[in-house]
Write a protein that binds this ligand. Structure first.
Ligand code: ADP
Length: 478
C-alpha cells in the first residue's frame, strides 16, 4: 500500500492537498511505456518534434494564467510564478529555433586517409529522468526536458513533493499534444520515488541540494549512467571602489530577495571596499526596508513566504548563529508567522565573518551579510573561500570588474548586475566545486548532453586488409 504524501500550503501553513506516489510496478511500467514510444519520437525526425513542441507552447500560452495560479498556490508568490511560465514558453521557442542548426549530422566527408570517408550520427539517450526542487518548480522541471525532447529522448520528470500541484495542469497541456504525450511523463513522489526513478533511466538531470545531489551522483555512478547535477550555491557579490553604488545596491538587493532568496543563484554574501562600505550599507538598508512582504494578499508586496518549512529553520539557525557570534542586524532579522505562513523580510547584517554559517553555508533566504575588504586580492580570496562555485557578481568599472571576475572560482559571473543566469540562458557554463557536475546546462552545449556521437567510418575503395599495419602498408596500398 503506497502512502499518500500531504502537501503544505506555504501561505496558510495548512496541509490542504496530497500526492500519491506510484507503486514500484507502476513506476516501472510508466518508464517502459516512455522507453517504447521514444523510438518513434526519435525516428519521426526533428521537424516533427519541433512541431509537437510548438503545439505544446501554444497550449501553454493559452493556459498561462491558470498555470501561474496553480504555481502560486505551490509557492505562495505571484510575480515569480508568472515569470516561470513565461520563461518556459520562451525557452521552447528558443530551442525550437536553435535545434536545427545544432543537431546536425555530418554528411560523408573525406578524411586524411584517401579511401576513408567519415559520416556522423547523433543518438539520443532513450529515457532521461529529471528530478527537480521546490524553489522554481515549473522552470526547473522543464529546463532540461525541453532540449532533451528535441534531441529525441523521452523524459520522465519527478518534481519536488513540496510543490507538486502544478504538475496536474502541466500534464493536461502535454496530454493534448499527440506524440509528445507518449514521451513526456510526470511522476509524483518524494526522495524514495526519485531514487527508484534513477534505477529505470539512462541519464539523470538533478537540481537540488548538495547533499541529495551527492546521493544522486553516487546512484547514477553505480548504474553507470551520466548525471548532470546543478546543486546549491553561496554566491558572492564583490563591490569594488569604482562601483556605481546606486546600481550596485539595487542589483544586489534584487539578486538577494527575489523569490524570497530561495534561489540557488541568489546573492548570499557581499564584500564591499572599505572606503565605500558605510555608504553602501546605508543605501542597501534604506532600499531593503522599503521592500514589503506580499501579505496578506499577493499584491501587497514583493516578498513571498518561505516555501519549505525546513528552510525556515535553516534561515533562523543562520541568523541565531550570526548574532551569537557578534553580527549586527540592520533590518529584518527574524522568521515571522503570518496567517500560518512563514516569512522573512529583507535582512541586512554587518560585523560578519567566515566563522559564521551565514557566510559559509547556503541560507536560501533574503539575507544580505555585508563584509568590508581592504585590498582587491582580499575580496577575491574571501569570495573564493567556499565549497560552492555556482555563480557570482562583481560591481565596478568594467575593466576592474572583469579582472576580478576572471579570478573567481564560479561558473557564471554577472558584471554590474546580479543573478543574470536567471534571465540569460545563452552562455555556456559549468558549476565549480560542489555546486554541480557535468556539461553546461545553458547555451548550445546543453542539448548535446542528451546525445551520443557515433562516427560511421567508411572504406570507399577495396584496399586489401590489413592495410593499417606499418610493415604491411607498402605491400597492401599499391
Ligand atoms: P531541496 O528540494 O531542498 O533542494 P533536495 O535536494 O533533497 O531538497 O530535493 C530535490 C529533489 O530531489 C526533490 O524532488 C526530492 O524529492 C528529490 N530527492 C530527495 N532525495 C532523493 C534521493 N535519495 N534520490 C533521488 N531524488 C531524491
Amino acid at each position: 500500500m503506497v502512502e499518500q504524501i500531504p502537501v503544505r500550503n506555504p501561505r496558510t501553513g495548512q496541509f490542504d492537498d496530497f500526492i500519491t506516489p506510484p507503486t514500484p510496478e507502476q513506476l516501472k511500467a510508466h518508464a517502459e511505456r516512455l522507453r517504447q514510444a521514444q523510438r518513434d519520437w526519435w525516428h519521426a525526425g526533428l521537424a516533427e518534434r519541433i512541431t509537437a513542441l510548438q503545439q505544446w507552447r501554444e497550449i501553454l500560452l493559452a493556459r498561462k494564467q491558470e498555470l501561474a495560479s496553480v504555481l502560486a498556490v505551490d509557492t505562495g508568490r505571484w510575480p515569480e510564478s508568472v515569470l516561470e511560465v513565461e520563461v518556459v514558453i520562451s525557452s521552447i521557442e528558443r530551442w525550437c529555433r536553435l535545434a536545427p542548426s545544432l543537431l546536425v549530422e555530418r554528411e560523408p566527408a573525406h578524411t586524411s586517409i584517401p579511401f576513408i570517408e567519415l559520416k556522423s550520427q547523433l543518438v539520443p539517450y532513450p529515457l532521461v529522468g529529471v528530478i527537480s526542487p521546490w524553489n522554481f518548480p515549473l522552470l526547473l522541471s522543464t529546463m532540461d526536458a525541453i532540449p532533451a525532447l528535441l534531441a529525441g529522448c523521452a523524459v520522465l520528470v519527478k518534481p519536488s513533493e513540496v510543490t507538486p500541484r502544478f504538475i496536474r495542469p502541466l500534464n493536461e497541456t502535454v496530454a493534448s499534444v499527440p506524440l509528445l504525450r507518449d514521451v513526456f511523463g510526470f511522476v509524483q513522489g518524494a526522495g524514495e520515488t526519485g531514487a527508484a526513478l534513477i534505477q529505470l533511466i539512462d541519464l539523470v538531470c538533478f537540481t537540488g541540494s548538495v547533499e541529495t545531489g551527492h546521493i544522486v551522483g553516487e546512484a547514477a555512478a553505480r548504474r553507470f549512467i551520466p548525471a548532470f547535477l546543478e546543486l546549491g550555491g553561496k554566491d558572492p557579490a564583490v563591490v569594488l571602489e569604482s562601483a556605481d553604488l546606486e546600481l550596485a545596491t539595487s542589483a544586489i538587493l534584487w539578486g538577494s530577495v527575489v523569490n524570497a532568496g530561495q534561489s540557488c543563484l541568489s546573492i548570499e554574501r557581499i564584500y564591499v571596499a572599505e572606503t565605500i562600505f558605510d555608504r553602501f550599507v546605508e543605501k542597501l538598508v534604506d532600499k531593503a526596508t522599503r521592500v514589503q512582504l506580499a501579505y496578506p494578499s499577493y499584491q501587497d508586496g514583493r516578498i513571498g513566504p518561505i516555501i519549505d518549512v525546513h528552510q525556515a529553520d535553516i534561515i533562523a539557525a543562520h541568523l541565531r548563529d550570526a548574532v551569537e557570534k557578534g553580527a549586527t542586524i540592520h533590518c529584518g532579522g527574524s522568521i515571522e508567522q503570518l496567517g500560518g505562513g512563514l516569512w522573512c523580510r529583507p535582512t541586512v547584517l554587518t560585523n560578519v565573518n567566515h566563522s559564521m554559517k551565514v557566510m559559509t553555508e547556503e541560507t536560501f533566504g533574503p539575507l544580505m551579510p555585508v563584509m568590508p575588504f581592504s585590498t582587491v586580492q582580499q575580496a577575491i580570496d574571501l569570495a573564493n573561500d567556499t565549497i560552492y562555485g555556482l555563480s557570482a557578481a562583481v560591481f565596478g568599472s568594467e575593466q576592474d570588474a572583469l579582472t576580478v571576475a576572471q579570478k573567481l572560482e564560479a561558473g557564471a559571473i554577472s558584471i554590474n548586475d546580479a543573478a543574470l543566469t536567471s534571465v540569460m540562458h545563452e552562455g555556456e557554463k559549468h558549476s565549480f566545486k560542489r555546486s554541480g557536475l557535468g556539461g553546461s546546462r545553458m547555451g548550445p552545449a546543453s542539448i548535446m548532453r542528451f546525445l551520443r556521437k557515433k562516427a560511421l567510418i567508411i572504406k570507399t575503395e577495396p584496399v586489401v586488409d590489413p592495410w593499417w599495419f606499418e610493415e604491411l602498408k607498402t605491400q597492401s596500398i599499391s
